[in-house]
Design a protein around this ligand. Structure first.
Ligand SMILES: *[C@@H]1O[C@H](CO)[C@@H](O)[C@H](O)[C@H]1NC(C)=O
Ligand SMILES: *[C@@H]1O[C@H](CO)[C@@H](O)[C@H](O)[C@H]1NC(C)=O
Ligand SMILES: *[C@@H]1O[C@H](CO)[C@@H](O)[C@H](O)[C@H]1NC(C)=O
Length: 553
């Protein structure tokens, strides 16, 4: 539209016929590049972030944490569907640093994904500008420090992608919209924890739970009586499933990682590490202050943190103890997970209903069975997927692929199914075809909850159950209205199946969200490849791309 208007004004301004022809030729050329132009029409938002260490006291003990623009949590990214985000990160840490964007799909653009498999870390004292388009996305996500073991030190913040104005949300506009980042936390500095892990020793359980960076003196969320508020909750933590609840208030779940859900009402919700969701809460109780409680699940010791729902006219503080979470272990959580479904008739990022993509009638072209394991290699604790414990290459994999640098990784270094082999180290990269439609079965033979995340994509969580997966398990798949999201849990001694359309060319990280395990090898990369090697399928390497390792030559 805007393009047509500028064409019109240009033409009016021109008197000479020759010039008219020249301009017409230029416009023709420009029109052929309409992919770029379409992108250029979407608004740009600019951010400059300075990353530094600072003292913080989230659990009352002084710690060195990562601050962004002197804040913890970091500043919120607030944007609309299709906006272009230009984020200049100035690294004032004494070591290299990267940020990754959990759930932001980076269409055709794994160049900006911000994990070490795709990007060189930003050297100390240098900057790097990410250019990201939040193409066809809505909803609640977060960013985090992805390099080294930085995630344990903070350096995370919320991302909120609003629908374009003309696309209706399947609920009335709430009176307010709050961000709630929850996560478990260690009271040790990350350098200490990293040293322990590097020594091949487990780091034990976290020491507390933070709500928006605070483990003590909980924040108050102020509400007007009778009005409805949206809470966007992300579990930005390191390993613990967290239960979220508000005393005497029910919550209507409306969104999960960018998908509008069938709106069910819950008194508490389990949010697994790496997951995000939105709930609506109506301030329909007696005007006082109420506890908001967040506590760890499935652990022998429950850690709890509180914040407050404060009615604007309240003079009565919250009293008594915070409400207790569910006592049942896995069944309650599994049943809740199965009740989280896509609202097929609601609009998503586009005006057409979310149910217009009939994933259940697409033929699966490949099945992956991914099994996690823990073990020791050379006396050191390691974790693996299909027996391969990932070790980073000397060069980011995406750059090695682009510059055809040999011997950084080998396609086929991880198999499609758990092999009968001992755990070993490897720079595991799996080859995958662009536009393949694959089934991934996450198999968990351990007694912890696992959580898996795939960069660059959303997947349909078609089934989860206890016991061993077998082809007969497919009979219970939900092929109609399974939730589409980017992070899924797998209960202990259970399986979870997802369907994913590999519609995004690039090098994509598939990882556990259990951060110590991720750090010690429980991850790999999926190289989604199109033989066309066309810029229609994948953006060219960014002009400002940092080069490192063997890519510097
Ligand atoms: C660093 O920031 C400057 C602007 O301050 C910018 O021009 C430059 O492109 C940035 N460097 C990278 C690698 O993005
Ligand atoms: C699904 O979305 C529609 C809006 O398109 C809304 O009217 C309806 O209430 C929603 N259904 C559920 C179960 O949330
Ligand atoms: C899926 O596979 C079935 C049986 O192999 C075939 O008949 C059908 O045409 C396929 N559907 C699509 C959409 O490719």
């Amino acid at each position: 539209m805007r393009l047509n208007r500028s064409k019109g004004s240009l033409l009016r301004a021109i008197s000479s016929n020759v010039t008219v022809i020249l301009i017409a030729v230029i416009l023709l050329i420009v029109n052929n590049k309409n992919v770029d132009l379409a992108k250029a029409e979407d608004p740009y938002r600019y951010f400059t972030w300075t990353v530094s260490y600072g003292d913080m006291y989230p659990l009352g003990i002084r710690q060195q944490g990562i601050l962004i623009n002197s804040q913890f949590p970091g500043p919120e990214i607030y944007c609309n569907t299709n906006d272009n985000l230009v984020i200049n990160i100035i690294n004032l840490l004494p070591e290299p640093f990267l940020i990754s964007w959990n759930g932001i799909q980076q269409r055709r653009n794994s160049w900006e994904d911000g994990v070490y498999g795709t990007n060189c870390p930003i050297p100390s004292g240098k900057n790097f500008t990410y250019t990201i388009q939040v193409k066809d996305q809505i909803g609640s996500f977060f960013y985090f420090s992805s390099f080294a073991f930085h995630k344990v030190a903070g350096g995370y913040g919320p991302i909120r992608i609003l629908s374009r104005p003309k696309i209706p949300a399947p609920f009335a506009e709430p009176a307010g919209d709050f961000t709630v980042l929850i996560g478990d936390w260690y009271s040790y500095d990350h350098t200490h924890l990293k040293t322990v892990l590097d020594g091949g020793i487990q780091i034990g359980l976290p020491n507390g739970v933070l709500i928006n960076g605070r483990g003590l003196n909980g924040q108050s969320f102020t509400v007007e009586p009778g009005k409805t508020y949206r809470f966007r909750i992300s579990n930005v933590g390191l390993q613990s499933t967290l239960n979220f609840r508000i005393e005497d208030h029910s919550m209507k779940l409306v969104e999960v990682e960018g998908t509008h859900t069938q709106q069910s009402t819950y008194s508490s919700i389990d949010i697994h590490v790496g997951q995000s969701c939105s709930v609506l809460v109506r301030a329909d109780q007696f005007a006082k202050d109420y506890y908001i409680a967040v506590s760890t699940r499935f652990a022998s010791t429950t850690l709890t943190s509180t914040a407050f729902l404060h009615y604007a006219n309240s003079v009565t503080p919250a009293t008594g103890s915070p409400p207790l979470g569910p006592t049942s272990q896995y069944d309650w959580s599994l049943n809740q997970a199965r009740s989280i479904l896509t609202n097929l008739s609601a609009s998503g990022p586009r005006p057409n209903p979310q149910g217009s993509y009939h994933y259940g009638s697409i033929n699966v072209t490949r099945t992956l069975r991914l099994s996690s394991s823990a073990g020791f290699i050379d006396g050191k604790q390691r974790y693996a997927v299909n027996s391969v414990s990932f070790v980073p290459g000397d060069t980011p994999l995406k750059l090695a692929d682009h510059f055809k640098i040999p011997d950084v990784f080998r396609l086929g270094s991880i198999l499609d199914y758990p092999p009968d082999a001992l755990m070993h180290l490897g720079t595991s990269v799996m080859a995958a075809d662009y536009r393949a439609f694959i089934e991934i079965i996450f198999e968990n033979h351990e007694d912890i909850v696992q959580t898996w995340h795939l960069d660059g994509h959303s997947f349909f969580v078609v089934g989860m159950d206890g016991g061993l997966w077998s082809p007969a398990s497919r009979r219970q798949y939900n092929l109609k209205d399974a939730i589409s999201r980017c992070t899924t849990q797998v209960y202990p001694n259970s399986w979870t199946s997802v369907y994913v359309s590999l519609d995004n060319v690039g090098m994509w990280n598939l990882r556990t969200e259990f951060w110590a395990r991720q750090y010690l090898g429980q991850q790999f990369y999926l190289r989604v490849y199109s033989p066309a090697e066309s810029t229609r399928d994948e953006n060219p390497i960014p002009k400002n791309a940092l080069l490192c390792g063997r890519a510097t030559k």
